[in-house]
Design a protein. Structure first.
Length: 166
């Protein structure tokens, strides 16, 4: 707490004050790459942290390249909008659950502090691996579940065929 500069008894207010000061400092660092996220609601802050710059707000050629990367992130995140994801998270191993918690908690804290797209891109690359781990584990679980269902249907068909049913 002392190292970060949060003083007093109210840690949450101290964190918010520190985050808004840091966001102001970062937003005035590079002209053209700053995004004023201080007035954004939390879902928009997270979306901005995870998926921006998109093609419409890419400042230069490097921004367009990063937009391709962010498009890949969007496609992968879209795979999580599946009814079976909740069932997967409940059944998931501790490593997958912890990766999700680490990803969300770091994203939550960084979205309050960051407002410079260049810094966001560099910081985001270090935590997206946690999200990839969760997404890939979910995709593997889903494929395994599909294979189990096909295997059960096949075994049921073989059992009926052996008994003489059609």
């Amino acid at each position: 707490m002392g190292f970060v500069g949060i003083e007093g008894e109210d840690v949450f207010d101290g964190f918010q004050d520190r985050a808004s000061l840091q966001a102001y400092r970062l937003s005035t660092g590079n002209i053209g790459s700053a995004v004023d996220m201080s007035s954004y609601p939390l879902p928009m802050k997270l979306f901005t942290f995870w998926f921006r710059p998109l093609f419409i707000d890419a400042p230069n050629a490097l921004g367009i390249f990063v937009s391709l990367e962010n498009l890949l992130y969007l496609v992968l995140f879209a795979k999580l909008f599946d009814r079976s994801f909740i069932r997967f998270i409940i059944q998931a191993p501790a490593m997958v659950k912890m990766s999700g918690v680490v990803f969300l908690s770091i994203s939550f804290s960084m979205s309050f502090v960051m407002s410079n797209l260049g810094i966001i891109i560099r910081q985001k690359s270090m935590i997206m691996y946690f999200a990839f781990f969760v997404i890939l584990a979910f995709m593997d679980w889903k494929k395994t579940e599909e294979m189990r269902k096909k295997r059960r249907r096949y075994e049921e068909w073989r059992r009926r065929k052996a008994v003489g049913e059609t």
